[in-house]
Design a protein around this ligand. Structure first.
Ligand code: LCS
Length: 402
């Protein structure tokens, strides 16, 4: 294991994880592109299966490249250990299936990545697990939703796509007073900006498709557990459910992870300047960015995050057509879902990432039809501002608003 935890935050992603290759001295962790591992003898095979001898068996059960990534991210988040998964949704579904059973109840943030809520409301409901999705930025809503069978409180903050902020410490306290597990989706912050274990999280999930990989070329996820027993339960489920990670995928994420600190810093600097500029723009109806004092979660952000990140939501003056014209007019920013890559992406959640949610649920969660989500990347600020400026001018000019 490296001593990355003793380094300053900007150095840590570069050195997190085990020493790459003690045999040949490779500086980058090698890709162990193998599905299975040979045994010296039947006794050795039996011992590895029995767990009395360490060593690899079969890549669904463990692989050195994937293990290096798990150790690296786990060093960045703290906690006991991590389990890399094929996608972020595999991390979330494994967490739910592993830690909940028939009759249990979960309370979640109403504005979450659409499929997280759909998974619970339209798939796990079949197994008799019930859920309530509430505006967790007001802790009273969590308290009111508690039932005797509440076994998990699931918080996404900053939330997708509203960028609402929930008080992690407060939500964690309620979970533990209730005897429920406290699970946090930390995708929007990455470990650079928020470390939910510090605020009582029992389990953290990430879509590593986003900031941790950062290059829009891999889908991936990870589950991190605070305690050894939770890790063991999650591991047992993951290995049998099968949502584990491929070694080549792990290597790509590990490569992306090395530049996490500088990517997060550059994108955040851009987002802070763009949000300030957008807020003052006459074509903007509203904006949600926790770095702005006008954001209701601004003080909370300062308390629990190391920075406001690079996700911005906003509405433009006019109607849905104005919003669509604005989005379609962007030239540098790409019209695509996902986030956390080096390039800036723009999307329309109500018709894209969150289209699978019933309209009434979407609106109650603040995912209005006019919401435009901007995932700010690492381009030059002036290029991004110019792009937004010409798109806003085009939208306003075309519909005669502003
Ligand atoms: N958690 C959050 C907060 C997410 O934003 C996503 C994906 C996931 C989990 C699931 O991760 P995946 O399985 O895709 O790796 N969010 C997306 C989004 O906002 N646009 O496209 C995907």
């Amino acid at each position: 294991m490296s001593n990355a935890d003793k380094l300053n935050p900007n150095s840590r992603p570069i050195h997190a994880g085990p020493d790459p290759d003690l045999v040949n001295g490779a500086v980058s962790v090698p890709i162990y592109q193998t599905s299975t591992f040979s045994f010296d003898s039947t006794d050795q095979g039996a011992n590895r299966f029995a767990g009395s001898e360490s060593g690899y068996i079969y890549t669904r059960l463990g692989n050195p490249t994937t293990r290096a990534l798990e150790q690296a991210v786990s060093e960045l988040e703290g906690g006991y250990d991590g389990l890399a998964t094929a996608t972020g949704m595999a991390a979330i579904s494994t967490t739910f299936l592993s830690l909940l059973k028939t009759g249990d109840h979960i309370i979640g943030t109403d504005s979450v990545y659409g499929p997280t809520r759909i998974l619970m409301e339209s798939h796990l409901d079949k197994f008799g697990i019930t859920s309530d999705w509430v505006a967790t930025e007001d802790l009273d809503n969590i308290r009111k939703a508690i039932r005797p069978n509440t076994k998990m409180i699931y918080i996404e903050t900053p939330a997708n796509p509203t960028i609402k902020i929930t008080d992690l410490e407060g939500a964690g306290r309620i979970a533990h007073e209730t005897g429920a597990l406290f699970v946090v989706d930390n995708t929007f912050s990455s470990p650079m900006l928020q470390n939910p274990f510090e605020f009582g999280a029992d389990v953290i999930v990430h879509s590593m498709t986003k900031y941790l990989n950062g290059h829009t070329d891999v889908v991936a996820g990870i589950i991190l557990a605070r305690e050894a027993d939770l890790y063991a339960r999650l591991k047992k489920s993951l290995l049998i459910l099968g949502g584990t990670m491929d070694p080549h995928q792990a290597w790509l994420v590990l490569r992306g992870l090395r530049t996490l600190a500088m990517r997060v810093r550059t994108a955040q600097e851009n987002a802070e300047r763009l949000a300030t500029w957008l807020q003052a723009h006459p074509a903007i109806q509203w904006i949600s960015y926790p770095g702005l004092q006008s954001h209701p979660g601004h003080e909370l952000m300062k308390k629990q995050m190391k920075g406001p990140g690079s996700m911005i939501s906003f509405g433009v003056k006019g109607d849905l057509e104005t919003a669509k014209t604005m989005i379609n007019s962007m030239k540098l920013a790409t019209l695509a879902v996902s986030l956390g890559g080096i390039e800036t992406l723009i999307e329309h959640p109500a018709s894209m990432t969150h289209a699978g949610m019933p309209k009434n649920e979407r609106e109650e969660a603040g995912i209005t039809d006019d919401l435009i989500r901007l995932a700010v990347g690492c381009e030059d600020f002036d290029d991004l501002k110019d792009d937004l400026e010409q798109a806003l001018a085009k939208a306003n000019f075309e519909v005669g608003v502003g």
